[in-house]
Design a protein around this ligand. Sequence first.
Ligand SMILES: Cc1cc2nc3c(=O)[nH]c(=O)nc-3n(C[C@H](O)[C@H](O)[C@H](O)COP(=O)(O)OP(=O)(O)OC[C@H]3O[C@@H](n4cnc5c(N)ncnc54)[C@H](O)[C@@H]3O)c2cc1C
Ligand code: FES
Length: 598
Amino acid sequence: MGGCFSKPKPVELKIEVVLPEKDRGKEELSAGGKGSPRAYQGNGAARHFHADERLPSPHPYPGTQDCVEAAVCHVKDLENGQMREVELGWGKVLVLKDNGEFHALGHKCPHYGAPLVKGVLSRGRVRCPWHGACFSVSSGDLEDFPGLDSLHKFQVKIEKEKVYVRASKQALQLQRRTKVMATCISPSAGHSGSTNVLIVGAGAAGLVCAETLRQEGFSDRIVLCTLDRYLPYDRPKLSKSLDAQPEQLALRPKEFFRAHGIEVLTEAQVVTVDVRNKKAVFKDGFKLEYSKLLLAPGSSPRTLNCKGKDVENVFTIRTPEDANRVVRLARGRNAVVVGAGFLGMEVAAYLTEKAHSVSVVELEETPFRRSLGERVGRALMKMFENNRVKFYMQTEVSELRAQEGKLKEVVLKSSKVVRADVCVVGIGAVPATGFLRQSGISLDSRGFIPVNKMMQTNIPGVFAAGDAVTFPLAWRNSRKVNIPHWQMAHAQGRVAAQNMLAQEAEISTVPYLWTAMFGKSLRYAGYGEGFDDVIIQGDLDELKFVAFYTKGDEVISVASMNYDPIVSKVAEVLASGRTIRKREVETGDMSWLTGKGS
Ligand SMILES: Cc1cc2nc3c(=O)[nH]c(=O)nc-3n(C[C@H](O)[C@H](O)[C@H](O)COP(=O)(O)OP(=O)(O)OC[C@H]3O[C@@H](n4cnc5c(N)ncnc54)[C@H](O)[C@@H]3O)c2cc1C
Ligand code: FES
């Protein structure tokens, strides 16, 4: 995480640094940091206090010696809807023109650091080109996920047709802003048996719920509980970076939870929930009463149910320990991955550099067939084969054979026997909701918790979010769906928190997903279940393509590789409520996308 202040490297300033010291006091920089070609706007808007900026100085806009100021461009250099990265000496700034006004924001996405200048400016926000996070142009606030932090907003003014930006040096270095949060003032904080908010699950949905409550000023007790040994971590990295240690994966440092009074109970399994008495019971017998409850238990991986299923060195990937052990065992040896979905293929790609051999076993004819279609699946399969991954398709595992208890061979239904020292099973997951069966909280036939658009369950005061729920997808006619994406879990966690505070928020985000293999990223937005055609533009062989998934004459989702920021553009168009027709993507003319997402 951010927070370390390294000495800045000397940089060559290519900018005009400005205004004699004596003139500075006369500036009328608007509190919102907004400048317009017409005039200064001392709009008197409520000033947004930036947590990071407050660390060394109680004032949100530190003294002149802590700031850098420069003319960054001429007003004619940017048209409406254009963005530009400029260097201020202590770091870069994203300057943009939206709706006739200039704005300056942090230039780097706080999630994984994407350059936002390559993203999409639309409808008063900037959408990240990599995984779709959105930031408000007028405040820098994170408006859609993934990620936890917002951007700094810098002051802008126009003088003699030039655009000036003024920024604190510290903010330029940090390039992220944690929103101001309330601290816990509840007298019951500590070890008491009751809490105001109990959150079962410290994954993406649970953490965002807790942070949103604090951001919204909630100062009563919040308890998050998890089966894990660790504080909330970046689960998607487990299958892309199997070597990563838990501390490298942490989403927030320990001090963060302490500072904001968010209690995290690790290795704490809730075994029953008594909704009548508003009480959760833990495996060790501990009971905790709550006023509001969020259920965010995620899912549990499916396992193999064949002969030899209990032999050693067969793994699913749910925790850092799983991932770390797989790499240790695979080094220089034979690895078999069962299941050619996102998780299995990411693991297979990662292991090619470590293992002696990597084989993939899959029921379907091609990897990713159900999610990405036959042609995209084949193109990706070729990339894997070129990286010496061997595929065993249209078959399944019939037996896991061991020597001295440890896996030695995987026997397939096709009678083929594959040598294996370690096996990773990635064949899907089921909602981790078994503990709710007798609770009175509704579960559907597959075990998902149905919620409404406000993330409310059938029990008042009980909310649910993340992989474990089905919810009405607003832009697909409110069809009830389960969308197990990292971004979606964040968005739902926030809506649940807002509704705990009676803010009447509704879930309306466009689903966004990504995967990474062999240094290449595939991005995906929308909800493609039930697609009946795939329109591909670009070059599949070169893995530089965009694939539009259609149902009838409507585009319902999009995937791309090496074609940024097309997926973010499509996500913006879908988020605006506009329907994309099949004929619009069939021609190969993408000019309809170059507008501003309307
Ligand atoms: C290896 C891997 C890679 C992935 N990669 C991607 C990706 O690239 N992109 C993407 O969009 N999505 C990815 N996903 C999916 C993404 O991680 C999930 O959609 C997301 O984590 C769901 O968030 P959640 O909060 O619902 O559940 P989780 O993040 O799974 O968290 C569930 C929490 O509930 C706790 N819990 C469960 N039961 C109990 C109980 N009874 N008592 C107490 N605590 C309990 C768990 O310990 C955990 O803390 C990946 C998933 C995995 C496993
Ligand atoms: S880097 Fe921006 S959303 Fe991931």
